[in-house]
Write a protein that binds this ligand. Structure first.
Ligand code: PRT
Length: 226
């Protein structure tokens, strides 16, 4: 293959909860990946594709800015970036190509165990620690309540105990982290899974041809797992 041949650029999480499943999916699609820890942009050896490995939170922006052609990211991260960009009047277009079958979790409001929860109204005026303020804000508006938030990028569950917030709004899968930190889930805000997304602008014919080969394979893998 000549070096000038266009390659479809796929963004995936470098390390974290989505990276292993993403690699598995791409391998099941027949892509020969040669990913080493330090190599952040790696060519697929048997297809005109390159893999860009980044923080999950950077993937939506890379697609919306047209830097990458495809990306695999959690719906929570995707919709947070979309809402944030729209609020700031920035470009936020993308196409959600295929829902995937991994990365499942809930984005939920959790309160200290002793809190008497009587419904969403009792959360009015309270302060929540969260990594995804726009998702929480959308939910609060849709339900006619006002909430304040403080932004934490990690260890969100510790916030109520140290007086930073009344409650939290965070991703939950087993619920073990909430329990270990004396919290209980009181309301589900958003259900998330990983999605394959693509940039909204059209592709060149060469890149479209690569996409036309790859997408049926991804759909085939998804179908086989059903
Ligand atoms: O660092 P980077 O920008 O790459 O992303 P990240 O910090 O979001 O990375 P990572 O690997 O933690 O999560 C990647 C994606 O996995 C998330 O955006 C979700 O779409 C998805 N996912 C699925 C989860 C969880 N399940 C999950 N349980 N992401 C995080 N958690 C955390 C949660 O924040 C909490 O601290 O796990 C803890 C709760 O887990 P349980 O099992 O105790 O309930």
């Amino acid at each position: 293959m000549s070096t000038s041949e266009p390659r479809l650029r796929i963004a995936m999480q470098k390390s974290g909860r989505l990276s292993e499943d993403t690699q598995k999916l791409l391998k099941l699609c027949g892509l020969k990946l040669n990913l080493t820890d330090r190599r952040l942009l790696a060519h697929v050896s048997n297809m005109p594709i390159e893999i860009m490995r980044v923080r999950s939170s950077d993937i939506p922006g890379l697609i919306m800015d047209g830097v990458c052609d495809l990306g695999i990211v959690g719906d929570n991260t995707l919709e947070e970036e979309e809402l944030d960009r729209k609020l700031k009047g920035n470009k936020a277009d993308y196409i959600r190509t295929t829902p995937l079958d991994f990365g499942g979790c809930r984005f939920s409001i959790a309160m200290p165990e002793e809190f008497e929860y009587t419904g969403l109204d009792c959360l009015n005026g309270l302060r929540f620690a969260t990594t995804y303020p726009q998702l929480l804000n959308r939910f609060a508006k849709a339900n006619g309540i006002n909430v304040e938030f403080c932004l934490l990028k990690g260890s969100v569950e510790v916030a109520p105990r140290v007086g930073l917030a009344d409650g939290i709004c965070d991703l939950v899968s087993t619920g073990a982290t909430l329990e270990a930190n004396g919290l209980k889930e009181v309301a589900e805000v958003f259900r998330s899974k990983a999605s394959l997304i693509q940039r909204a602008e059209g592709f060149t014919p060469a890149k479209q041809a690569i996409l036309d080969t790859l997408l049926p394979r991804i759909h085939g893998v998804m179908k086989a797992k059903e």
